[in-house]
Design a binder for this molecule. Structure first.
Ligand code: HEM
Length: 414
């Protein structure tokens, strides 16, 4: 088996960048650097997930996403992650895993919940919640940033969006984690456990959905869906898919960018000092830089619907095509000094962490707002979070993030 070290020329031929240990050990960077420069559209003949193509350069990822007729997202071909949806117990028919016209119809239904004017309404309560959580953190004592900050903040936002019962909100991250566990593969025991959680999620959401349908329309996501033509009457798989998409979309991703922020602050203390000196001016770019470098969703997958010549290779109909956003985001041709977390970077917003084209993330503005608010409030308080060593990354080539991150906090004005 190949090691975590930089691949040799021979290994490059068959390089499998989906291996869990590469992600758990944060060892993927040299592998993708080599692929980008020497084999940017590369075929991996054998992996835990079967054969797949890797697309690693920025412009190639954009080109694939801009051609959804050739590169399909549909669950009918296996869906949008490297692991084939056909192989799971619960096939989540989310609209992210559909092609137009059904995708467009459902996207249009959900979009009104995240327009700039709707998001503006969330701003005040979000800032207050962020301040409350930060002000309760212990100073000078070790604690887990993931559990104390990233999870409660993102869970609260999702509960608000769905108008989910506040005292039950702690179930949301548990359900969302199980729904996003794609790397368990065909293991029957883990799949049964996953199914149990996903069905529990679906049952609770269905009760709430039916209540909202029977009541007059209001502005939360469930009510909007319940009163719409496109989503008011979905079959079970589509219902579960729609809920799981919004939960995973809103939870794991933003959570891991909030933990990734601490990673970047520790790597680039001088840049954090700049943000602390100008919180209002630099928080927004510090947020997009964090999302770029963390890349909370490391990849999306497409399936070729026809044979095509692409990047000097022949991709055949039915082939799996994996778009590595983590790699596109470090493409030096687009982001000079790409590994640097630079809160003054002019083109930071061009990152691919939210994808590109017809499926580009619907929650992007909301995610940016949550992270920028956290950064601004931390910077205003002069917070210095130091990672103390208890650091566990997820063993996943899909959800790129952290189980645990032990930190101690000091304040620069202490
Ligand atoms: C940092 C946080 C986030 C990241 C990195 C992220 C990433 C992504 C990515 C990579 C896609 C697929 C794009 C493509 O295929 O081109 C996506 C789609 C989506 N995201 Fe997000 N997301 C985040 C936050 C959110 C939030 C907060 C929500 C909801 C409240 C959300 C809801 C969605 C939805 C509904 C889609 C499907 C769009 C479609 O298929 O048309 N996301 N997101």
């Amino acid at each position: 088996m190949a090691t975590l070290a930089e691949p040799t020329a021979a290994e490059l031929e068959q390089l499998d960048v989906s291996r869990a240990e590469l992600w758990e050990a944060n060892g993927w960077r040299p592998h993708f650097t080599r692929l980008r420069s020497e084999d940017p559209v590369s075929f991996c003949p054998q992996s835990f997930f079967g054969p797949y193509w890797s697309i690693t350069r920025y412009e190639d990822i954009v080109a694939v996403e801009a051609d959804p007729a050739t590169f399909s997202s549909s669950w009918e071909h296996g869906g949008i992650v490297i692991f084939d949806m056909h192989d799971t117990g619960v096939q989540l028919r989310m609209f992210i895993a559909m092609d137009d016209p059904e995708h467009a119809e459902k996207r249009k239904t959900v979009a009104p919940a995240v327009t700039p004017s709707e998001i503006a309404k969330l701003t005040g309560p979000l800032r207050q919640r962020t301040a409350d959580i930060l002000d309760q953190l212990p100073v000078g004592e070790e604690f887990d940033w993931v559990n104390s900050v990233s999870i409660p903040l993102t869970t609260a936002m999702i509960a608000t969006l769905f108008d989910f019962p506040w005292d039950e909100r702690n179930k949301l991250p548990e359900w969302s984690d199980w729904a996003a566990k794609i790397d368990i593969g065909p293991d029957p025991v883990l799949n049964a456990e996953r199914e149990g959680h996903v069905f529990a999620m679906a049952a609770r959401f269905k009760e709430l959905f039916d209540e909202r349908k029977a009541a007059p329309p209001k502005g939360d996501l469930l009510s909007i869906m319940a009163h719409s033509t496109a989503m008011g009457d979905m079959d079970e798989q589509r219902f579960i898919g729609a809920i799981a998409l919004l939960l995973v979309g809103g939870n794991d991703t933003t959570r891991n960018s909030m933990s990734g922020l601490i990673d970047q602050i520790n790597l680039f203390p001088e840049d954090w000092a700049k943000v602390k000196a100008d919180p209002a001016g630099l928080a927004a770019t510090a947020a997009t830089e964090t999302i770029r470098l963390q890349t909370p969703i490391a990849h999306m997958r497409r399936t070729a619907t026809r044979d095509i010549e692409f990047g000097g290779q022949t991709i055949h109909k039915g082939d799996k095509v994996v778009l590595w956003y983590n790699s596109g985001n470090r493409d030096e041709g687009v982001f000079p000094d790409a590994d640097h977390w630079d809160p003054t970077r002019e083109n930071s917003r061009r990152h691919l962490s939210f994808g590109y084209g017809i499926h580009r993330c619907l929650g992007a503005r909301l995610a940016e707002l949550q992270l920028a608010t956290l950064i601004e409030e931390m910077a205003r308080r002069g917070m210095e979070p130091k990672i103390t060593g208890g650091f566990e990354r997820l063993p996943s080539c899909f959800t790129n993030g952290f189980h645990k991150m032990m930190v101690t906090l000091s304040k620069s004005d202490d």
